[in-house]
Design a protein around this ligand. Sequence first.
Ligand code: TYD
Length: 216
Amino acid sequence: MSGIFISFEGPDGAGKTTALKTLMPLLQAKTNTEIVLSREPGGSPISEKIRKIILDIHDEEMDPRTEALLYAAARRQHLIDVILPTLAEGKVMLSDRFVDSSIAYQGGGREIGTDAVAEINDFAIDGHLPDLTIYFDVSPEVGLSRIKKDHEGAMDRLEKEAISFHNRVYDSYMELVKANPQRIKSINADQAPEKVVEDTLKIIIEKFPNIFNEGE
Ligand code: TYD
């Protein structure tokens, strides 16, 4: 028995996390299969410890490759502790961010190179790519203005980066979407929150009609 693995991606302020909260009960109402929601960096005790180090605003001197390796390490542990056991039980695994975040943020944003970052992540994930990735498409300007409005005083180390960093993240995501049309589906995240949730739900149901069909 093998479950399905869906990841959610997007620039800072895309609204993934809020949309996922609304989406969870709606999705669960459409299936008898248990749905597990997790996030990266983090999602398991060791990975959450790594998350604290990575996002700490005091870690200003962190080297970009160290950062990339820490994200990959946190991902490996999350995969082993949560994702693979969930899939082995035949459940639906939703992850708020996964490997594409590293390719966009560290590969593009930090300019380490998307191939190099993909390579260290291949080692970490060992072939376990999501069955579906939903990309929340929002421009860096809109995303960052949302973050500033929501929690300016509490922005983390990556959110505090300059607009040029966020533009590179956005461009790398665009390349990923273009290069992986089968796996990555893009939705317009610059519209009403209910519409974002509706679009996401539609893509998931269409992709896995055998799982999400209750009450149809
Ligand atoms: P988080 O507060 O979880 O933000 P969000 O709600 O936007 O997901 O912080 C995660 C931050 O870490 C976010 O700025 C994106 C960044 N990130 C990377 O740079 N690389 C990665 O591999 C992952 C998973 C996240």
